[in-house]
Design a protein around this ligand. Structure first.
Ligand code: C5P
Length: 227
């Protein structure tokens, strides 16, 4: 059986990672959550006072990039990999609303994107990969055998993210989450370098219309056509 690259892009909280994980499991492929990488750099910037309500020390962050070590380590009990920043497990810390509020400003920086894209391309060397993000089908793997673009209404997306954050014990309102989802999508789709956009050859999955299981079955069938 041929091993392929599956690129999944789309707006925030469209269920990209849930579907990418399901696909990777079904096909016995590696799953890579590129959002986690941008989130880990943002966490570093927040913790070192390089970004916050007072502003963004962009050139200091750029200077620190060579010292940042981002790694995915496989967690066998979960069945997928988790993010480590300079050797520290940061899965929980990178999913907070605070990180979500600053991540789009960090991911707009060309030097940050350059480093991330190089790491991501290297992960695709042996194929057998499902990668999700914003620019996977357009910039990281324009040659991917299967590209899926996921979308859903902002309300549906914010409801999903709100539930996730509440489950993790966050003290936030639905309006704050909706505002963040919309602000991130705006910045992500309007930035100069690698903006979020559908690759011409991507298949659109709109999960305002499909439930998670229907969506997964559609994606798996698309993958099976290619392998
Ligand atoms: O996927 P997730 O919502 O965790 O991504 C967080 C943020 O990281 C996005 O809002 C976007 O700013 C950035 N990102 C990106 N390119 C990617 C993946 C994520 O710019 N490939």
């Amino acid at each position: 059986m041929k091993r392929i690259i599956i690129a999944i892009d789309g707006y925030s909280s469209t269920g990209k990672s849930t579907m990418a994980k399901q696909l990777a499991k079904a096909l016995d492929y590696i799953y890579v959550d590129t959002g986690a990488m941008y989130r880990a750099i943002t966490l570093f910037a927040i913790e070192n006072d390089l970004i916050g309500p007072a502003g963004f020390k962009k050139s200091t962050l750029i200077g620190e990039l060579p010292n940042l070590n981002l790694e995915f380590k496989y967690n066998a009990s979960l069945g997928f990999s988790e993010m480590y920043l300079n050797g520290r497990h940061v899965e929980k810390e990178i999913r907070t609303l605070e990180v979500s509020q600053f991540v789009s400003q960090v991911s707009v920086v060309p030097e940050v994107r350059e480093k991330m894209v190089a790491l991501q391309k290297a992960m695709g060397k042996n194929k057998g990969l499902v990668m999700d993000g914003r620019d996977i089908g357009t910039v990281v793997f324009p040659e991917a055998e299967l590209k899926i673009f996921m979308t859903a209404s902002p309300d549906i997306r914010a409801t999903r993210r709100y539930k996730e954050l509440l489950d993790r014990g966050a003290d936030i309102s639905f309006e704050e989450v909706l505002e963040n989802v919309q602000a991130r999508d705006y910045i992500d789709s309007h930035r100069k370098f690698s903006p979020l956009k559908k690759a011409e050859d991507a298949v659109v999955l709109d999960n305002s219309k499909l439930n998670q299981d229907e969506q997964f079955k559609r994606a798996l069938a698309l993958a099976e056509e290619k392998i």
